[in-house]
Design a protein around this ligand. Structure first.
Ligand code: NAP
Length: 248
């Protein structure tokens, strides 16, 4: 049985990394996929082809999640192409790390806009559709850093902590309409975002994780499949840690 058969998902930031992993895992479960990206046109085209080859409907949209009007346009375009949306994964995110002493205003604003305001933008844009159809699953990508903090990532941690407050509030507001809102908090997942770190730093992270390895995009994607599917119909307002036990 396919867990997401005949459902349609919007996934932001899926040209690579975790978002790409989610798109592939969802397609395997029969889900139609509308995904976004910022600038990776070739990677997006090849993902679109790969998804279509699995037998689902799929389309990539170059759309800046931090832009309020673009988010509304995205949802309009997706609805006119796919007719319905059942799942939104707010995954797009960036880092601009620095110690507070050296962090400029632009680096703070940029991270907040792409990581947190984007979640408001796309959730707000899909809200009316979910309310009308009286169902919908919202999944927002936070981070272990949003729960625990991390030196050198005050902007990123603030954005990821903000996502948790946003999601819990939306869960309270929209629960009576059968709309669920949950957060996934990955730990150390090995993607291009973490490729920027040296091998020594990466090994240090791995050694400190109870399961003794970094996570994969597929590890995160499997948690999203569960939260998107009817298996989690009675779960809302939660933060699911996918971190190999880092926060234990
Ligand atoms: P990644 O490999 O850097 O990929 C980021 C994705 O977001 C790309 O598809 C990128 O598109 C897209 N994107 C960036 N800015 C965007 C914008 N303004 N509008 C739309 N899309 C945009 O990142 P990742 O490691 O997969 O991380 C995905 C999410 O998981 C992020 O929210 C991140 O904070 C979170 N996370 C990651 C880790 C980890 O260890 N990797 C841990 C915890 C949480 P382009 O390719 O076009 O640039």
């Amino acid at each position: 049985m396919k867990l997401l058969a005949d459902k349609t998902a919007i996934i932001t930031g899926a040209s690579r990394g975790i978002g790409r992993g989610i798109a592939l895992a969802f397609a395997k479960q029969g889900c139609n996929i509308a995904f976004t990206y910022s600038s990776s046109v070739d990677a997006a085209q090849s993902l679109e082809n790969e998804l279509i080859a699995t037998g689902v409907h799929a389309k990539g949209y170059q759309s800046d999640a931090a832009d309020f009007d673009a988010a509304q346009q995205l949802v309009d375009d997706v609805l006119s192409h796919f007719e319905t949306v059942d799942i939104l994964i707010n995954n797009a995110g960036i880092t601009k790390d620095n110690l507070l002493m050296r962090m400029g205003e632009a680096d703070f604003d940029h991270v907040m806009n792409i990581n947190l305001k984007s979640v408001f933008n796309v959730t707000k844009a899909i809200q009316r559709t979910f309310l009308k159809q009286r169902h919908g699953s919202l999944i927002h990508m936070s981070s272990v850093v949003g729960v625990k903090g991390n030196a050198g990532q005050a902007n990123y941690a603030a954005s990821k902590a903000g996502i948790i407050g946003f999601s819990k509030s939306v869960a309270l507001e929209l629960g009576s309409r059968n709309i669920r809102s949950n957060v996934v908090a990955p730990g150390f997942i090995e993607t291009e975002m973490t490729d920027q770190l040296s091998e020594d730093v990466v090994q240090g992270w791995r050694d400190g994780i109870p399961l003794k390895r970094g996570g994969t995009p597929e590890d995160v994607a499997n948690a999203c499949v569960f939260l998107a599917s009817d298996l989690s119909n009675y779960i809302t307002g939660q933060v699911l840690h996918v971190d190999g036990g880092m926060l234990t």
